[in-house]
Write a protein that binds this ligand. Structure first.
Ligand SMILES: [Zn+2]
Length: 191
């Protein structure tokens, strides 16, 4: 039986009857220390029940988002375009299973789990699970690099994203100590 909880007006599915026990098993398989969740600077990010088709990302991969976040993203992208700024979607919703695969691929290439967890959230803790986080890029910049902060697109976002309820989740020197990600913006739900 699935349990549901309500965050603002968005129903979210606690992925399994006991989300934590599923995550504990997945973390064990990936070699993530059991203490990680307890001491983590990340917060648990349940997957939403309802995801809308967000079209293709800039690599041609189909993307999905929480419906309210999708609407806000489309409005923000159009507003930027009207000012000559090209905002490109690099990534949106990512499932817990996808996050596991991402980490497994890095483990298979010989990276250590401790290394991986400095740049990737453990499964269950990525903001991308919420369907509200988006990674953005623009024409004149390699995807997912700090150089994004030097672009006109980033400056436009700094000025305008909040009016579409998108916030930069991991600014430079953020209190949680998470790597600076100028490309990662998250749609805020009403309190
Ligand atoms: Zn991201």
């Amino acid at each position: 039986m699935s349990r549901t909880a309500v965050i603002s007006d968005s129903p979210v599915l606690l992925v399994e009857p006991v989300l934590e026990s599923r995550l504990a098993e997945l973390h064990h398989q990936l070699g993530i220390p059991a203490a990680w969740s307890a001491h983590s600077k990340w917060t648990l990010q349940p997957e939403p029940l309802d995801l809308a088709d967000a079209g293709l990302d800039c690599f041609g991969r189909p993307q999905r988002m929480l419906p309210a976040a999708l609407t806000a993203w489309q409005q923000m992208q159009a507003a930027a375009a009207a000012e000559g700024i090209n905002l490109m979607l690099i990534s949106a919703f990512r499932s817990v299973d996808y996050q596991c695969e991402l980490i497994r691929r890095k483990l298979d290439k010989g990276q250590l789990i401790e290394q991986i967890l400095t740049v990737n959230a453990a499964p269950g803790f990525s903001e991308h699970h919420s369907g509200r986080a988006i990674d953005l890029g623009t024409d004149d910049c390699f995807a997912l690099t700090e150089d994004f902060e030097e672009t006109a697109a980033f400056r436009w976002l700094q000025t305008n994203a909040l009016s579409f309820k998108f916030l930069l989740s991991y600014p430079r020197n953020n209190p949680a100590g998470i790597c600076y990600e100028p490309w990662h913006w998250c749609f805020q739900l009403d309190e």
